[in-house]
Design a protein around this ligand. Structure first.
Ligand code: ZN
Length: 467
């Protein structure tokens, strides 16, 4: 069976279930059940987050899910950004609560009252913590697996610093961390500065990491926010300086979510289903014995191969299911996106070889037994690199510089246009293209004239339809 990817939206909705990532039949809108295979992939991504953030000096914490209304309402802009999308807990049993509670839509308002108790002096800074939890948002738009959900698997890092400049350095470090994550997940991206009216509620400014799905729509897969003192003031996060005076701290956050998995599914998959980057694949190599006339010997040899591959440190699975044909098994593991398939049959036994099949290119390689472990290692590295480089090429094709608003409107990808940076012109760009300014690329500038007012500028705006 094939899944035609031309109709991307239908393809995506079908493949996330067919490949065993989620079950969408759970009877609450926007809350899907993670099935074991999907949860393992997410778990591998989370493990990497734990490893890399720990390396960069963050500690993992775990805050309560519920936040009192009184704490939630301390920062005015933050409330305005979130009040229409939080779930409320109003009763305990049959009794109305004195202070209503919200399910965290993000954890600033849960963490910062505690930060104000933890931080006393400059010696307590920087504070760098993260947590991997679920958050809740009352989405009224159409929901979509991993991309727009009411319950979201979420990563959030929160840092507290002495000065604005130190917080800025943190954001540079966040970008460095992100680059490693992107390589691990084989995801192409651009970092943009969000328009002022589109920044995170309460932030001084926000950066978004944007990728482009095959539909041409952009998907924001990570964010970095500079809070300055906007939260430390209402939450009273102060520290004693070396000179004996008190000062409000400066803060940043770094957020990511299960959207990363949505991007991996959408960007790498093909008509046969998922293609997983080897670095995060729960199964990197699947062995499919083709028993033919020598069932016992082939199965015996398959077990030897399984052990050898496992001992070499790869995630391997032996599909020795009796009641399925090899053809069915091929289809099944292709759908699940396993990067490498190893086939072994009677003739391979005779020739002292195995056959390796790449999921990304379909290429079949016969390799001698003495060399096959090295070949597995080499091919997995190749697949990882190939997925990223072809995704980068596809993304580059979807971003085009345009000089007129009409071209930007009709383009199906991301139009890059000159923009003077004013809110007035920005709003008009959005109105006239019926798209959004997803931000200004951080490292790209080009001299030209604002597509609305004609003023000379080298600022660019990415104009697209975001998810
Ligand atoms: Zn302008």
């Amino acid at each position: 069976m094939e899944f035609p990817k031309e109709n991307f939206s239908g393809w995506y909705n079908e493949v996330v279930e067919a490949a065993g990532l989620v079950d969408k039949r759970y009877p609450v809108k926007g809350m899907h059940v993670w099935r074991p295979y999907g949860w393992k992939i997410m778990g591998n991504i989370d493990s990497y987050f734990r490893k890399i953030f720990t390396e960069y000096g963050h500690d993992e914490v775990n805050f309560p899910l519920l936040v009192p209304e009184t704490e939630f309402k301390k920062e005015a802009e933050h409330i305005r950004g979130f009040e229409d999308e939080v779930f409320w807990v109003t009763h305990g049993g049959l009794d109305p609560l004195d202070v209503k509670l919200i399910l965290r839509p993000t954890s600033e308002t849960a963490m910062y009252p505690m930060f104000s108790l933890w931080i006393r002096s400059h010696a307590d800074l920087p504070l760098k913590v993260f947590q991997i939890v679920n958050i809740f948002r009352y989405e009224t738009k159409q929901t979509r697996t991993f991309i727009r959900m009411r319950e979201v698997h979420f990563f959030e890092a929160h840092t507290v610093h002495r000065t604005y400049d130190e917080a800025e350095e943190q954001i540079q470090e966040d970008i460095e961390i992100w680059k490693k994550i992107a390589k691990k997940l084989a995801l192409p991206y651009r970092i943009v500065k969000k328009a002022d009216w589109d920044k995170f509620p309460g932030a001084v400014y926000s950066l978004g990491v944007e990728t482009i799905m095959p539909s041409g729509r952009t998907l924001q897969i990570a964010t970095f926010h500079q809070y300055g003192q906007n939260f430390s003031r209402p939450y009273g996060i102060r520290y004693l300086k070396e000179d004996g005076t008190h000062e409000y701290a400066h803060q940043t956050t770094f957020g990511m979510s299960e959207r990363l998995l949505g991007a991996i599914v959408g960007i790498h998959g093909d008509d046969r289903g998922l293609i997983l980057p080897p670095e995060i694949a729960p199964i990197q190599v699947v062995i499919v014995p083709i028993v033919g006339s020598k069932k016992e010997r082939v199965l015996e040899e398959s077990k030897v191969l399984y052990q050898e591959i496992k001992d070499s440190g790869f995630n391997v699975h032996l599909d020795d299911r009796d009641n399925y044909t090899p053809g069915y098994k091929f289809y099944d593991w292709e759908l699940k996106g396993v990067p490498l398939r190893l086939e072994i049959g009677p003739r391979d036994l005779e020739n002292n070889q195995v056959v390796l099949v790449r999921r990304d290119t379909g290429e079949k390689i016969s390799v001698k037994r003495e060399e096959y472990l090295d070949m597995i290692s080499k091919l997995l590295e190749d697949i990882q690199k190939n997925l990223l480089s072809r995704a980068e090429a596809e993304m580059n094709d979807k971003i085009k510089y345009m000089e007129s608003i009409e071209d930007a409107k009709s383009f199906s990808g991301v139009a890059s246009v000159n923009w003077c940076g004013s809110e007035e012109c920005g709003r008009l760009i959005e109105e006239k293209t019926d798209k959004k300014i997803i931000g200004s690329p951080l490292d790209e500038h080009r001299p030209g004239r604002c597509v609305i007012c004609g003023k000379e500028t080298n600022i660019l705006a990415f104009v697209a339809k975001p998810y």
